[in-house]
Ligand binder design. Structure first.
Ligand code: PGA
Length: 256
C-alpha cells in the first residue's frame, strides 16, 4: 500500500486527480471504476476542471441503492450525472451503474461482472471507505472473495448516510455492490479518505490484520493500491512519519 498523507482534503484530492489524469492521457480507452458519497465530489470537480478527453473511457460504478428510481436525487445515478457525467464528454453507452430497480438481481449482478470482464477489467478503481471499513458497500463480514451482489446496509452505514436523505428511515436497507473480489481484480485501487471520522477505519485497514471485519484491510493484498488521505484520516496511523518520508523521497521516475 502506498500511503499518501496531505495537509488537506483538497491537496489529497489533487494527488488523486493527477494519478487519474495521467492514466487517461496515457491510455485514452481506460476503464475506470467510480465511487460515490461525499469523498469523491472534490475529485470529480477537479477532473472536470482538467478538461480531459473521456470519449473512449468506460466507467463502472461500485454500487447503487435497491429500489430508488434512477431520477431520485439520492440515487447514485443522479449523483454521477450531477457530479461528473453531465460535465464531461463521456459516451453514454460507456457508463455502467448498477441497476437498483432490476427485476432479477442475481441475473443483473452476473451480467455486471461479465460487462466488466468484456471491457477488459478495471484499470483504476476509485474507492471511498466507510467509518466501518466498508469499500463499495461491502459491509464488515462481507466475503473477501465476494462478487457483485445484493448487500444489506448496517445500521451504522444507514446512520452515516442519513445526512443525504434527511432521516435515517429514508435510507434504503439494500444495495447492489461490486464485491471485494471484483474490486481486488482492478489493476490499481485509489482510495480517498478525509476527516477524523475515517481515522479508525484507515488505521485498521492499513496497520491492522487482514480481516472481513474491516473489508478495506484486504487491500493489503493488492499489488497497486494508493491511499490519498488528509491529516484527519491519517491521524491514527502509527507509522505516519514513515509514510510521509517515503512519499517525499520517491525517486523522480516513480512519480506521475
Ligand atoms: P463518504 O462515504 O464518502 O460519504 O464518507 C464513503 C463510503 O461509504 O464509502
Amino acid at each position: 500500500m502506498e500511503i499518501i498523507i496531505q495537509p488537506t482534503a483538497e491537496a489529497a484530492t489533487s494527488v488523486a486527480a493527477r494519478i487519474i489524469a495521467r492514466l487517461l492521457r496515457e491510455q485514452p480507452n481506460a476503464v475506470l471504476g467510480l465511487a460515490t458519497g461525499s469523498t469523491p465530489v472534490l475529485l470529480y470537480r477537479e477532473l472536470i476542471a482538467l478538461k480531459l478527453d473521456w470519449r473512449k473511457v468506460t466507467t463502472f460504478n461500485l454500487d447503487e441503492y435497491v429500489g430508488l428510481p434512477p431520477e431520485h436525487p439520492q440515487s447514485y445515478h443522479s449523483f454521477m450525472w450531477e457530479n461528473l457525467f453531465r460535465h464531461i464528454n463521456i459516451s453514454k453507452q460507456n457508463i455502467h451503474i448498477p441497476d437498483g430497480n432490476t427485476k432479477d438481481i442475481p441475473k443483473f449482478c452476473a451480467k455486471y461482472e461479465n460487462q466488466i470482464q468484456a471491457a477488459g477489467g478495471v484499470d483504476l478503481q476509485v474507492l471511498g471507505i466507510g467509518t466501518d471499513g466498508h469499500i463499495g458497500f461491502n459491509e464488515p463480514t462481507s466475503s473477501l472473495a465476494s462478487r457483485t451482489r445484493i448487500k444489506t446496509l448496517t445500521p451504522q452505514t444507514r446512520k452515516d448516510n442519513a445526512r443525504f436523505f434527511g432521516s435515517e428511515d429514508a435510507v434504503p436497507h439494500h444495495v447492489i455492490t461490486m464485491g471485494i473480489g471484483t474490486i481486488m481484480e482492478a489493476r490499481q485501487n485509489l482510495l480517498l479518505a478525509f476527516g477524523q471520522g475515517k481515522a479508525k477505519a484507515i488505521a485498521e485497514a492499513v496497520e491492522g490484520p487482514i480481516t472481513a471485519i474491516n473489508p478495506a484491510s484486504i487491500l493489503q493484498m493488492h499489488p497497486v493500491t494508493k491511499l490519498c488521505l488528509d491529516e484527519g484520516a491519517a491521524s491514527r496511523l502509527k507509522r505516519a512519519d514513515y509514510y510521509r518520508w517515503v512519499f517525499d523521497n520517491k525517486p523522480g521516475w516513480q512519480r506521475w
